[in-house]
Each structure stands twice: as structure tokens, then as C-alpha cells.
Design a protein around this ligand. Structure first.
Ligand code: C5P
Length: 411
């Protein structure tokens, strides 16, 4: 899906240009064709040689502005060539030019000569970022459906100030670019609120010991990213997971829980506002009946654990839902993934279920890849071969969109 796809990167004059090298390098290693334009000011920070080496293609500067490729002006050729454009770092100056539709150099002319979606990744000094003029321009740009935004975050800036202005990290930019290559910029989830659960719950026996499972939450995070990139409002209820994963979710409402009981409460609280709920979390089925507030000494550990059932969250949500709410579950399976998933779909009265194999290499728990079969309550069955979890998330949203309006009506 990514091999041979075409991404154009416009690099502005800011120190964050060094982070763009990482983006270029990762894209090229994935087999994506990358072309880059450096503004005059970008070349104060990094050189065309750096970028051309990383993208295995000459980098463009204003020296080539009036050069023709195949007898056509370069900006027209590049503008038509690009499937997706990334502008990073987007400087205050470049932002102002975009707002006014200026075309005074190769980069700005190429943007106007293209109709492709553009991802904006601003970076600048905090005082510059907070200027009314800059904020006004930033808001204005986001009213144009062509422009997608990864907002800067807060931290120590190269000018030693602490505050807003740091460019989003390469991982966040890369996942947005992958989404844009998949969706071509469509925002078909605007106006929808998605409630997603992620990660493996922990059922504690005492403060340090718990019953858990190997879920890392990557699938739920990918679902949240893909939904956000398609314009949804997203709430993610997540069990403990690496903060690195959660840091890619700016704009998502995050609710952190530990146990199945806590996850149930958080899901119930958020459920009424949700249009689509996707239960990707690996929720425990049982929990220790007893909990000790103090760490149990080794000699006091029970030889046999007394267990109680954990709440079946998705089954409970299914009883509570309104007819227009969509409810999708996951079934992590070994061996035959189809039969048990179908049984869960029917027993828990879901609209759809994602049966995913956890006994294959490069799929399921902890992997960046997945493979699955989507089943819906009308008997549709779609098999998705191995792909990234982000791509799997997009396939799932396409599948939900094509489901009939009719859903299980609670009895
Ligand atoms: O664990 P199981 O395979 O039954 O999970 C199927 C679906 O049910 C998943 O979507 C999971 O998040 C959900 N589930 C739940 N509460 C449980 C167990 C599973 O909501 N206690």
C-alpha cells in the first residue's frame, strides 16, 4: 500500500528542519517516493545534500524555480506529482503566505498548483506562536478542508524558552501521512464521536501482583489515530500502556484505567455521547476475589487463587445502547479465529466483530502489524491480510461505513 506512493515535503526555515530528516528517511525506507523542496531559509539549517541523500533523489530549491521538467514548469509538475504534501517545519512566514495564497517561490507555487491534501506541522518560538496574527492564521488555515494539522506541542525550545512551539514528533507526523495516503484526505467521520477502549486490564491481587495479558494497546491507539485523522472526536479509555504510544494522540480525550471494573465505569460514563464504540481492549475475564491494600509477604501468598468474574463490558453496553449507536468488538483468537468470533458477535449482540489471530508471527499482541476477519450481524465477512494496525483501523472504518443502517435493537 505504501510502496511507490508519492509524498512531497516542503521544508521551511526553522531548526525543527533537522527532525524532518527523520521523516524523509523513514518514508524512503518504506519504499515511498519522496521529493523535497527547501526554501532559502531552510538551507540555513540543513542542506539539499542531506535531503537528497535521504530521499535518493535531488532536492529542489529556488535555483530550479524556472526550470522545466519534460517541458513543463517544475511547480506544475511537482504539484501534480504529489499525492500528499507535508509542510514541516511550517514557519510563521510560510503560514501567512498560505493564508493569502501567495506564490512567490517554488514551494508556495507548487502548493497552489496542486489539489492534494496538505499536512501542516508548525514549529516556532513560543512568543511567535502565541501572536494573535499567527493564531488567527493558524485557525484560518484549518477552516480549509485541504489542510490537515499536527499542532506543535509544549517543551523546551531550541531558543531555551519553555512553551508551545515544538514541532510534533516524527512518529506523529508519519502516522498522519500514512492515513492521508490511505484516505486521500477524506474526513468522513466529521461530526461523529468515537469511544475506543485499548490495552490489557490488570486485576490486582495486591499493589504489585496482578493477572494481566500481553496486550500493548497498539491497535486501540491506531484506531484512535485513524479516527482523528478522518475528522472524528475521539475518547480513548485505556489500560496501562507506554506513554510513548499515548503521546501521538493530541486532541484525543484520554481516560486512564487499570482494572476491568474501572474500565466498565469509564466506558459507561462516556457511552451515551458515543456514536460508534469500539471495544479493542483485552479485558480480563476473571479477577482475584480478595485484594490486599498492602503488599502480601511471600509466605502469605495463597497457594490457590479465588477468582470472581470480571464485568463483561461490551455485553453490558449492548443492552444499554440506542438503536443508532454502533458497537464493535474484538476477538483475539488462536487457531480457528472465525467460529468463536461469530459466537461472540451473536452472544454479545454486536454490530460487528474483528476476529484477529494472535498465534501468527507479526500480528496480534504487541506487533505493529495485524491481520483479521471482519464479521457483521448481517453475515458479511471480509478478510484483511497482514497490514499495519493503522491501515487495519482504516479498513475497519470503511467496513463500518458500508454496514447497513439497521443494528441490533436491544431486547
Ligand atoms: O475476551 P473476549 O474474547 O470475550 O472479548 C471479546 C470482546 O468483548 C472484546 O471486544 C472485549 O473488549 C470485550 N470484553 C469485554 N469485557 C470482558 C471481556 C471482553 O468488554 N470482561
Amino acid at each position: 500500500m505504501l510502496q511507490g506512493r508519492r509524498v512531497l515535503i516542503g521544508i521551511g526555515g526553522g531548526i525543527a528542519a533537522y527532525k524532518v530528516c527523520q521523516v524523509v528517511s523513514t518514508l524512503a525506507k518504506l519504499g515511498i517516493e519522496v521529493r523535497a523542496i527547501l526554501t532559502d531559509n531552510a538551507q540555513q539549517f540543513i542542506t539539499p545534500l542531506t535531503i537528497s541523500t535521504l530521499c535518493r533523489h535531488p532536492a529542489y530549491t529556488d535555483d530550479q524555480f524556472w526550470q522545466a521538467i519534460h517541458h513543463r514548469p517544475l511547480h506544475i509538475e511537482l504539484g501534480e506529482w504529489a499525492e500528499v504534501i507535508l509542510l514541516a517545519p511550517l514557519t510563521a512566514n510560510l503560514m501567512a503566505k498560505l493564508v493569502h495564497g501567495l506564490a512567490d517561490n517554488l514551494l508556495t507555487s507548487t502548493i497552489l498548483a496542486s489539489t492534494s491534501p496538505v499536512l501542516l506541522a508548525p514549529a516556532m518560538n513560543t512568543e511567535m506562536w502565541h501572536q494573535q496574527s499567527v493564531q488567527r492564521n493558524w485557525q484560518l488555515l484549518q477552516t480549509d478542508m485541504r489542510y490537515h494539522a499536527v499542532s506543535p506541542n509544549s517543551g523546551v525550545l531550541a531558543c531555551d524558552h519553555i512553551g508551545m512551539g515544538r514541532m510534533a514528533e516524527p512518529t506523529e507526523i508519519l502516522s498522519y501521512l500514512h492515513s492521508l495516503l490511505y484516505t486521500h484526505g477524506k474526513r468522513d467521520l466529521v461530526g461523529k464521536h468515537l469511544l475506543i477502549s485499548a490495552g490489557g486490564t490488570r486485576e490486582h491481587l495486591d499493589p504489585v501482583r496482578f493477572i494481566g495479558n500481553p496486550s500493548t494497546g497498539k491497535m486501540g491507539v491506531a484506531l484512535a489515530q485513524a479516527a482523528m485523522h478522518r475528522g472524528a472526536k475521539v475518547t480513548l479509555v485505556h489500560a496501562p500502556m507506554e506513554s510513548r504510544l499515548l503521546s501521538t494522540l493530541q486532541g484525543v480525550r484520554l481516560i486512564s484505567v487499570v482494572s476491568a471494573v474501572e474500565m466498565r465505569q469509564a466506558m459507561l460514563n462516556a457511552f451515551t455521547e458515543a456514536d460508534w464504540t469500539i471495544m479493542a481492549a483485552a479485558v480480563a475475564d476473571v479477577r482475584p476475589t480478595e485484594y490486599s491494600v498492602e503488599k502480601l509477604p511471600k509466605k502469605s501468598l495463597p497457594q490457590q487463587l479465588s477468582l470472581s468474574s470480571a464485568p463483561d463490558i461490551v455485553a453490558e453496553l449492548s443492552h444499554l445502547r440506542r438503536p443508532n449507536q454502533r458497537l464493535i468488538g474484538f476477538a483475539a483468537q488462536t487457531g480457528d479465529i472465525f467460529t468463536p468470533a461469530l459466537e461472540k458477535l451473536q452472544r454479545k449482540k454486536l454490530d460487528a466483530i474483528v476476529a484477529n489471530a494472535i498465534d501468527q508471527t507479526d500480528s496480534g499482541f504487541g506487533s505493529d502489524q495485524n491481520q483479521a476477519i471482519f464479521l457483521d450481524h448481517e453475515g458479511r465477512k471480509v478478510a484483511i491480510g497482514q497490514c499495519s494496525k493503522l491501515q487495519m483501523a482504516h479498513h475497519l472504518y470503511d467496513f463500518i461505513h458500508t454496514m447497513s443502517g439497521r443494528s441490533f435493537i436491544p431486547e
